[in-house]
Design a protein around this ligand. Structure first.
Ligand SMILES: Cc1cc2nc3c(=O)[nH]c(=O)nc-3n(C[C@H](O)[C@H](O)[C@H](O)COP(=O)(O)OP(=O)(O)OC[C@H]3O[C@@H](n4cnc5c(N)ncnc54)[C@H](O)[C@@H]3O)c2cc1C
Length: 471
């Protein structure tokens, strides 16, 4: 008997699940509110933000090239065309997913789904009409939505969130980013490159609170130089719309309150689960205290016919985690013996420089009392980094000192997001530092920094001189 599977939500979790399920011969229905699959990631997350960050990179590189003898004139920014181009990127990707969905004979329904019971869904279709459809299994992949602070949620077009900021309403003269996490810093960097004066306010003592401080320090230095103000240990108390801006009351690090007017404010304080209106009360699905759906290692909820994947099951809220969970859930439904138990889920912050890590962080090792050593290779000693005029980076490896097994990798520098994949493979394959040291890396590339970090551990890095200790 062919299993009838419904998937609610067509983000990177939902569509990856739907496509694999179709490949495995299941009868698949995918329901999402948009015309094509894509979810937050493609419509208003990863893809549009990275398109704009690419533009930011081009702008920064032309500005930074003067000392190499390249003096570019001030760029003219056509905001309408830029917005159009970003939308074309999104259109291409989501349209492509629509085609892949048809090719795989996935029954794609544009509409809103909710549970009548564990096996029956009510689907309100976008083009009118409501269906009640029964399934053997359902996967919830409804993702997350923008979190807000009710007292600061003033109704103003000058108050942006990550979605409206991606629409580039205009280039503000000055912009306040509330929240020093990755989304705020990425979007703040885009606006900075387009010409805005950007300030950031963060409650915690440092930017990117979850990441190791030595990785963040390179980014923090660059941001401190390029942004107007970085306010740490500070919080926004109040916002009021004025004639030509938003008046923001801030409590600073020293405890003193002050007010400043910004053209625009971008709120970027996190995301919350999307379970509203889903009818979970008609099922046995349970949610935890923070609102995330509870699942086991097969991504099965407390209701045996219902699985949940992606942002809706909690941190880390990343597209690649959602896709892998989606594929695991489908295999479990198809009867394969599987579990979602990665050793490393990479995280990338696409700022300039980029920061990426996988496996355990040094912070985590300290917190949990894990015995570890760190091997670090500074990019100042990398030939490739020097040719790129970007010595402001580091590659670090967290190692089990007894077995030399690689437990975690952290990288800061341009293309860190690409480089981290080798670290993820090393961790998943249980590689040790000798494996990495003996793997021939192409020269001159930034990937050599991984090999040389391993060499540092043995005191044998070609490009770092360590005087021998006196006998
Ligand atoms: C600005 C920004 C930048 C980001 N950058 C990155 C990045 O660089 N890398 C990365 O890995 N992650 C990034 N993320 C996070 C990433 O977008 C999410 O982790 C990912 O999209 C989660 O995928 P998902 O499948 O769980 O759900 P989502 O992508 O959230 O998709 C859920 C879908 O379900 C639909 N839906 C919800 N309820 C219903 C319902 N009742 N009926 C029908 N449809 C419903 C929603 O409309 C949505 O289309 C970014 C996020 C933002 C906001």
């Amino acid at each position: 008997m062919v299993i009838k599977l419904a998937i609610i939500g067509g983000g990177p979790g939902g569509y990856a699940a739907a496509f694999l399920a179709a490949d495995l011969g299941l009868d698949v229905t995918l329901i999402d509110r948009e015309k094509n699959p894509g979810g937050v990631c493609l419509y208003r997350g990863c893809i549009p933000s990275k398109a704009l960050l690419h533009v930011a990179k081009l702008l920064n590189e032309t500005k930074d090239a003067k000392h190499m003898g390249l003096d570019f004139p001030e760029p003219k920014i056509n905001l309408d065309r830029l917005r159009e181009w970003k939308n074309e990127v999104v259109g291409k990707m989501t349209g492509g997913l629509g085609i892949l969905s048809k090719q795989r004979k996935v029954n794609y329904i544009q509409g809103n789904a909710s549970f009548i019971n564990s096996k029956k869904l009510k689907i309100e279709k976008k083009n009118g009409g409501t269906d009640e459809l029964s399934f053997d299994k359902v996967i919830i992949a409804t993702g997350s939505v923008i979190a807000s602070i009710p007292s600061l949620d003033i109704k103003s077009k000058r108050l942006l969130n990550s979605t409206t900021a991606l629409d580039l309403p205009e280039i503000p003269k000055n912009l306040l980013v509330v929240g020093g996490g990755y989304i705020g810093l990425e979007l703040g960097s885009v606006y900075k490159s387009l010409g805005s004066k950007v300030s950031v306010v963060e409650m915690m003592p440092g930017l990117l609170p979850g990441a190791d401080r030595d990785l963040v320090s390179y980014l923090a230095k660059r941001i401190e130089k390029s942004f107007e103000k970085v306010m740490l240990n500070s919080r926004v108390l109040e916002m009021n719309e004025m004639d030509k801006g938003i008046n923001v009351k801030i409590k600073g690090e020293d405890g003193k309150e002050f007010e400043e007017v910004y053209d625009y404010v971008l709120m970027s304080i996190g995301r919350k689960p999307e379970t509203k209106g889903l009818g979970l009360e008609n099922t046995k699905v349970k949610i935890n205290q923070r609102g995330w759906i509870k699942v086991n290692q097969q991504l099965q909820t407390d209701d045996p016919d219902i699985y949940a994947i992606g942002d809706i099951v909690g941190e880390p809220m990343l597209a690649h985690k959602a896709s892998h969970e989606g594929r695991t859930a489908v295999e479990a439904i198809a009867g394969h013996k599987v579990a979602f138990e990665p050793k490393a889920i990479p995280a990338v912050v696409f700022t300039d420089p980029e920061i990426a890590w996988a496996g355990i962080t040094e912070n985590y090792a300290k917190e949990k009392g894990i015995d570890y050593k760190v091997a670090k290779f500074p990019w100042a000693a990398s030939g490739r980094a020097t040719t790129l005029d970007r010595s402001d980076g580091v590659t670090k490896i967290i190692v089990n000192p007894q077995t030399e097994r690689i437990l975690g990798i952290g990288i800061c520098g341009p293309s860190a997001g690409e480089l981290i994949a080798e670290g993820v493979l090393a961790i998943e394959m249980a590689a040790n530092l000798t494996d990495l040291k003996l793997t021939i890396h192409p020269h001159p590339t930034l990937s050599e920094t991984l090999m040389e970090a391993a060499e540092v551990f043995f005191g044998q890095s070609t490009h770092i001189y360590r005087p021998k200790r006196d006998k």
